[in-house]
Design a protein around this ligand. Structure first.
Ligand code: SAH
Length: 374
């Protein structure tokens, strides 16, 4: 297993070579284009999650994460008058672990399970196969989609864990009193990628907070139009059909300046410009910007709150205790470790944030938040 994994995540001359050729021919590409190419290659060639992979996500740490998410979904469904059909949508489901845990935890509510159809938005054909195996025998029909547009109309609950951080960001860098778009060039002599600049390809006026217009030399500003488009589509859909969305990711509650692009390989930080397509490249999620996009499409926003606060409010502590009752001492230690990792500020409890949206006209108050925009 470690050998095959190593091969899967090994430097890939395929994508690096293709990118180098394209840059040699047409010139540098934006950071966003580089990130999109790297992510698409990475997710379609590797199964990156878990101890053997490059990083571990919350649902992969413990079933408790999915159980809390499942309880959250059932609660919204109940508050919504128990609609007879629920489109249970997950964006970027990875190995399918979160959805499997949500469905398993919902066995206590057969009416919810009977109402549910699962719709997975997943671009990687390879991960679709992994998800199919994970959900085989779950007793609920599962459909795959390239994006939200093909998910049939009707009451919708959406979950997205570590999805938005994988979507490409455009980076702008302040140089000589002006904003330039950050781009990636390739030095054929050294066979190495390097950062350079291009004229902006996105109109940042009106998007950038006014305070940043005169930022210090070398400041970096990031924006993810792809994320904003998903948020808008999602909000419009919820406004039309009813429902709610739960977004969990690492990032900041307020828009800020700074380069947050990072690469993870085998659980350690790596150089973003090395080995494109062979490691996970992500950026912090700007929750303030996602919230603004949602509000512009008639959504009420709850949070973001820290993942720790959210999971504690949903009762993860009680669940850990209950699981511990029938466990061996070793298993009890595992449960305690997972709880700490998911909820503590030293773990994922603060850096990871949770935001929910519901249509402005909905009376639903999603669990786990103190209150919404109102
Ligand atoms: N939610 C999972 C996996 C997170 S990794 C977990 O928590 O473990 C990101 C996931 O999003 C992967 O499944 C990846 O293939 C998918 N993904 C990335 N970009 C995408 C895009 N543009 N459209 C659809 N899925 C995408």
């Amino acid at each position: 297993m470690p050998d095959t994994q190593r091969k899967k995540n090994a430097p890939d001359a395929g994508l690096a070579g293709r990118l180098a050729d394209a840059i040699g021919r047409d010139g540098p590409v934006t950071v966003a284009a580089y990130m999109a190419a790297a992510a698409s290659y990475y997710y379609s060639h590797a199964v990156p999650f878990g101890v053997q992979g490059d990083f571990t996500t919350a649902p992969e740490i413990s079933q408790m994460f999915g159980e809390m998410t499942g309880a959250w979904c059932v609660d919204v469904w109940m508050q919504s008058g128990r609609p007879e059909t629920v489109h249970l949508v997950e964006l970027g489901p990875g190995r399918g672990t979160l959805m499997a845990d949500i469905l398993r935890s919902a066995t206590a509510w057969p009416d919810f399970r009977n109402a549910a159809q699962v719709h997975l938005v997943e671009s990687s054909r390879r991960l679709r196969a992994v998800q199919e195996t994970a959900l085989a025998g779950c007793g609920v029909e599962v459909f795959w989609h390239d994006d939200l547009s093909s998910v049939p109309a009707g009451f919708t609950l959406v979950v997205a864990n570590e999805f938005f951080d994988a979507l490409p960001v455009h980076q702008f860098i302040r140089q000589d009193g002006a904003w330039h778009e950050r781009a990636v060039g390739h030095d054929a002599g050294k066979n190495a990628f390097f950062f350079t600049v291009l004229p902006p390809t996105v109109d940042i006026d009106g998007i950038m907070p006014p305070d940043f217009a005169t930022a210090a030399e070398s400041s970096v500003f990031e924006i993810s139009p792809a994320s904003l488009t998903v948020m808008e589509t999602l909000s419009e859909r919820l406004d039309r059909d009813g429902g709610a969305a739960l977004i969990v990711d690492y990032g900041h509650a307020q828009s800020g300046l700074g380069d947050t692009l990072q690469a993870l390989r085998r659980h350690a930080y790596a150089d973003v410009l090395e080995n494109p397509g062979g490691q996970d490249v992500t950026a912090h999620v700007d929750f303030a910007m996602l919230a603004r996009a949602a509000r512009a499409k008639s959504a009420t926003v709850f949070g973001p709150v820290g993942q720790g606060a959210f999971l504690n409010a949903l009762g993860i502590g009680l669940r850990a205790e209950a699981l511990g009752k029938n466990a061996t001492p070793e298993q009890r230690e595992d449960i305690a470790r997972a709880l700490y990792r998911l909820t503590s500020s030293a773990g994922m409890g603060v850096l990871f944030k949770v935001m929910a949206i519901v249509p402005a006209k909905s009376a639903v108050v999603p669990a786990g938040f103190d209150g919404g925009d109102a």
